[in-house]
Structures are given as C-alpha cells and as structure tokens.
Write a new protein. Structure first.
Length: 328
C-alpha cells in the first residue's frame, strides 16, 4: 500500500517534469526566434487587381477588349511577377522564418529589428516600405528586368539566395539613402524616401508662409515638393528641368541634404516668388505655416497616408534621423 511519502515524492517528480517541459518549450521558442526572419513585401499585380474587380478572367478580358487592350499583356506581367516571387521564396532557407506583407498592409505590420526585407516589384515599392523601417536591410527584386527603372530594385530573383547569405554573414554591400521627415507642431510626423508634398489635396492654389535660412516669404502656389537624392530622379527632376539653369543642383541619393521646389508660385501684392527653391542641409529646417483650410502633406505619392495641414499649423521639414539600408 503506497504511503503518503510516496505520494509527495511523485508530486515533486511530476512538478520537476512540468518545469523541465516549460524550460524546454522556452528554449525551443528562443531557438526559433534566433533564426533570421525574411519579410517579403509585394503589391497585387495589375492582373490580380483586374480579376478582383471584374470577378472572372473572361470578364476582365471583355473589359479590356472594349478599350482595345489585351489581357494577355497584363497576364504576362503577372506571370513574370509570380515566377520571381516563387524564386525568392525558394531561395529562403527552410530553417529561417518567413513573413509576407502586401503594400496596403504595411502601416499595420510590425517589423522586427533584425528582419531582412525583400521587396518584389517596382522601385516605388521600396519607397513605400522604407518609412516603416529603421535600419533593416532591404533587397529590391525586379520581377521584369528591362521594364522597370531598377534604381531601387536592382537585383534579379535568381540573386536572392546569395544576397540573403551575404546579409547574414555581414558581407553585403549596403548603400544608405537619406530620408526626409516632417513634424507638425501638434506632434504628427511623417517619413518619406523620395519626397514630401505640401499643399492642396487636389493641387489647387495653396497659401502658406515659407521660412528657410533666415529668409521668409508668403506664397500662393501649386504646393511645395521637398526631395531627397533618391526622389531627385523622379518628380523633383521634372520640376527642376522646367525651372532651368536657375534651379539649385539636386542632391545625390546618399547626400545628407534635401532640396525644396515651389511649384508655380504666383506674384501678388501679398505673395512673392523669390524664395522658391533651395537646399536644406542636415541640422537645418524648412518651416512652412499653413494658411489653408484643407491643406495636406503626403510622402512618396501615397495620398491616403497623409497629414492634415490646416490653417495655423506649422510644419518643420528636415533630414530624417533614419536612413534606408539598401543592398546593392
């Protein structure tokens, strides 16, 4: 007949076994979290968006045919994208952790400090992801080489395996790219890789006061574009070309400075056209005070992710403390 002492010993032994199991589980979790995590960022292809909108392939074909366009061309782009996506996932070691996030869900995705980010798509996808990162290395994969500019997505999918190993072994070549940030006096902030736009949401006339380098001027214009060196190859470049030789030289991608360009400033008895372009060095600030009832500030062309810039609010724009770590 078992004694009370035997029962106590059995309970103690069971407790030790439970403790050992918990410790083993914790050890397994720690081991899992020590594995690299690759986050793949994508955006729905034009083909996928057409199918989502029209319901079926044939309905999408009918819609395009009525506009003298071919679904086959769109589907071929989709096929290239899918091939690149599959090649990237095949390149990720099976023991590593993986995550996928669509561009539209970036604002609610939680990146980990040691993530390796792979963006599969056009250059703009890297810019979309950059504002949510804080030093994580980014590999840009071009699913259609020769069809995209390939400034930020410079690699083919076949290079993914080698690039991932280079990142983990600290041998990857990293190019840091300057970003721009804006902070309103109500505490709201926004980051961008290419440029910020300050003005009217429909690009109508915007009124504000601009201050930079000890100078100040009231404007009525089509808005202000503040560009980084990365953005200097896009929208800002078009504006600068129209401005001609009087426009200051735009920064290079890694330069720790920004350039601001006022669009179509209008002279009037109370608004000027003298302070319409300039450079912002690291540590300097461009200050804009709104005189608009419905002004906005958005970055990298994403108008849905914007700050309301209403009358009286003051925006301070500067070189951001964060930088994009682009694998080249």
């Amino acid at each position: 007949m078992p004694s009370k002492l035997d029962g106590k010993r059995e309970r103690r032994g069971s407790g030790r076994r439970r403790k050992s199991t918990v410790e083993q589980s914790r050890s397994d979790v720690d081991a899992l979290l020590d594995r690299p995590r690759v986050v793949v960022v994508t955006r729905a292809s034009s083909y996928a968006q057409l199918i989502a909108k029209h319901g079926t392939r044939e309905q999408a074909r009918f819609f395009l045919a009525g506009r003298e366009q071919s679904l086959d061309v769109v589907h071929e782009d989709h096929r290239r994208f899918e091939a690149a996506r599959q090649a990237v996932f095949a390149a990720i070691p099976s023991s590593w952790r993986q995550a996928t996030v669509d561009r539209d869900d970036l604002h609610r995705f939680v990146f980990e400090r040691d993530d390796i980010v792979i963006a599969i798509g056009q250059d703009g996808l890297v810019a979309n992801a950059a504002k949510y990162l804080d030093g994580q290395p980014v590999i840009g994969i071009d699913p259609a080489p020769g069809r995209n500019a390939g400034v930020l997505v410079a690699h083919r999918a076949t290079a993914a395996a080698g690039l991932l190993q280079a990142v983990v072994r600290k041998r990857a070549r990293i190019e840091t790219r300057t970003m721009v940030e804006v902070e309103l006096d109500d505490g709201q902030r926004l980051l961008a890789l290419n440029e910020l736009f300050v003005g009217h949401p429909r690009h109508q006339s915007a009124r504000y006061r601009l201050q930079c380098g000890g100078r100040s001027e009231r404007h009525s214009s089509s808005g202000v574009v503040v560009t980084t060196g990365t953005g200097a190859t896009g929208w800002a470049r078009s504006i600068a070309r129209e401005r001609g030789p009087g426009c200051p030289a735009l920064p290079a991608p890694a330069d720790p400075r920004l350039a601001f360009l006022v669009r179509e400033a209008w002279p009037s008895p109370i608004t000027g056209t003298e302070l319409t372009a300039g450079l912002i060095e690291r540590g300097e600030t461009l200050e804009i005070t709104s005189e608009l009832d419905d002004g906005v500030i958005f970055g990298d062309g994403i108008e849905d992710d914007r700050l309301d810039f209403r009358w009286g609010l003051r925006a301070r724009i500067r070189v951001a403390g964060r930088q994009l770590a682009l694998i080249v």
